[in-house]
Ligand binder design. Sequence first.
Ligand code: TYD
Length: 209
Amino acid sequence: MPPVSTTECRFITVEGIDGAGKSTHVTAMVERLRARGREVVHTREPGGTALAEALRELILHRPMDALTEALLIFAARRDHLRQVIEPALARGATVVCDRFTDATFAYQGAGRGFDTAVLAQLEAWVQEGRHPDLTLWFDVPPAVAAQRLAHARVPDRFEQEPQRFFERVAEGYRERARAHPQRFVMIHSDAPLEAVRAQVEAALAARGL
Ligand code: TYD
């Protein structure tokens, strides 16, 4: 399945460490795009299909080694791409995906210390050249994110990690942003809600969205 060109910016991903506060803004972004007449598929990873959501439950809650974790995440991604993302892009829809492969490089690569050359190989096999057109990266100091998470519901396997894990994950995102400056937009999310919303709107408007 060769990737359809989405130069008009139709595959949008949203990233950030746990507690970065992206959820509210993703919903607002989807509403904005729909209000402009676009068909928008709002989805997430790991997940987005029945199979990938079942894998998500295992990934978030069952103990496993780093390679198993990486393989399950990419298995879920493969199903999601084939069942949802590629068909949506092929019919002209816009896809807004809460987390994608940058999360794998940040969490499994930088966070867990898993070999990024292996991740890059899996990325190439699974995605066959498909990459996001735009990635909104919600950046927040890990200490602020930890405070926000302290009020969260029962933590999953990732949310239970100590702050130093999230410091590595944040650094992993920074590296990805440096490597892909043309698609990454950093959103300073340690700011009042309205100020964060304004940054998101500016990033979309700059791409005609
Ligand atoms: P998240 O998307 O933050 O959902 P919720 O807001 O419901 O907690 O949770 C998914 C978790 O999975 C998050 O902690 C990051 C992790 N994750 C990875 O470790 N690697 C990946 O490739 C992806 C997509 C997510």
